[in-house]
Design a protein around this ligand. Structure first.
Ligand code: 1CP
Length: 342
């Protein structure tokens, strides 16, 4: 393995086989994660306890030797640090008190980074403990995606409450996105200063918006985060993941300034190839192929490598690994990628 293969791909170099990591690689499909989760108590206790958070970040690295580790935390620690209540309920997911227009100016901007200090401590310890060749990824949620949970107070299938809020109260909504962008940029800068080698901005709900809203609510706030991070830490690569952006992926790299594009599995590989001509891409195996295993997995891996293996690529899933996924399927995927020949 070349040293720091993941960072080389982000700088535009082509390697074959490509570097590999997996979204949600620390999580419930791993028995050793479930053990720690029981010990930690609540999911938030796990995120804010550096001993536990470091351990679960390292678990998939020990098992599979991925080229990158991703900080174990959640995108919703940012609104939590801004004073919104948050809990995670087994089988339901995140629950918050729905945010109203009048709550936006009451968000507690001062003290945010003191409340997030355990996350920075986790990053510092991780960079010390990880092997040199394993890159460390920091992350945040994109303002749009974080806002969807703040407004609905929970996950919804189509983010109708946030879309309605944005269209009914455009000024208040723009103000919310601005606040989240400023806070998220500082959050990423502090992760970088603590030792993150690259950062990813997760916009998991980019795919539910019309074109004008995509520009205003996804691209514009992410561009603002990228501008603020670059101003202070100009060399650190930034991966943008506007999941489900479809045809709107085409303008995203240029509009936002991200270094690399994270692609979901619905994007045709020929289109992925065109995007790759402009810079590094990451993705995009359907997590259901990984869950199914066997031929579905092999054919999915092979198609990505055949179409995209000749350019700067970070092999990944098109979204997070699901809790039911057998560990042996992950092993088979890593082997298939690592043993591939061109
Ligand atoms: O019971 C448990 O153990 C909690 C499950 C879990 C885990 C493992 C949640 C709750 N979050 C996480 C960790 C997490 N979340 C990581 C860790 C690093 C890694 O990838 O290994 C990351 C990067 C996230 C980011 C995240 N949280 C996103 C963006 C990426 C994505 O998956 O779309 C989103 C949308 C969330 C919100 C969230 N947190 C947890 C759940 C179940 C959800 C989704 C809720 C929903 O919409 O239904």
């Amino acid at each position: 393995m070349t040293e720091r293969k993941f960072l080389e791909a982000l700088s535009g170099q082509t390697a074959f086989p490509p570097p590999i990591w997996m979204m949600r690689q620390a999580g419930r499909y791993l028995p050793e994660y479930r053990d720690i989760r029981k010990k930690a108590g609540s999911f938030l206790d796990l995120c804010y306890n550096p001993d536990f958070a470091v351990e679960v970040t390292l678990q998939p690295i020990r098992r599979f030797g991925f080229d990158a580790a991703i900080l174990f935390s959640d995108i919703l620690v940012v609104p939590h640090a801004l004073g919104r209540d948050l809990r995670f309920e087994e089988g339901v997911g995140p629950l918050m008190t729905p945010l109203g227009k009048e709550d936006i100016s009451a968000l507690e901007i001062t003290g945010v980074h003191e409340r997030l200090a355990p996350v920075y401590e986790t990053v510092r310890r991780l960079r010390r403990e990880l092997p040199r060749e394993t890159a460390l990824i920091g992350f945040c949620g994109a303002p749009w995606t974080v806002a969807t949970y703040m407004i609905a107070g929970r996950g919804t299938p189509d983010q109708a409450p946030a879309r309605l809020f944005g269209h009914s109260s455009p000024e208040a909504f723009a103000h919310l996105l601005d606040r989240l962008a400023a806070c998220s940029a500082e959050y990423l800068i502090r992760q970088i200063d603590a030792g993150a080698d690259a950062v990813q901005i997760f916009d998991s709900w980019a795919g539910v918006l019309d074109e004008a809203s995509f520009h205003a609510w996804c691209e514009r706030p992410v561009a603002e985060i990228v501008r603020r991070v670059r101003e202070r830490r100009p060399t650190v690569p930034i991966i943008g993941f506007p999941k489900g952006a479809g045809m709107l992926y085409a303008g995203y790299r240029q509009t936002t300034g991200v270094t690399a594009l994270g692609l979901d599995w619905t994007l045709p590989l020929a289109e992925a190839r065109r995007l790759q001509a402009e810079g590094p891409i990451q993705g995009n195996l359907d997590p259901m192929r990984l869950l199914a295993g066997g031929r579905a997995l092999e054919e999915g891996v092979d198609a990505i490598l055949a179409t995209l293996g000749g350019g700067p690529l970070i092999f990944n899933l098109g979204h997070g690994v699901t809790p039911e996924t057998p560990v042996e399927h992950v092993e088979a995927m890593v082997r298939r990628v690592r043993e591939a020949v061109r």
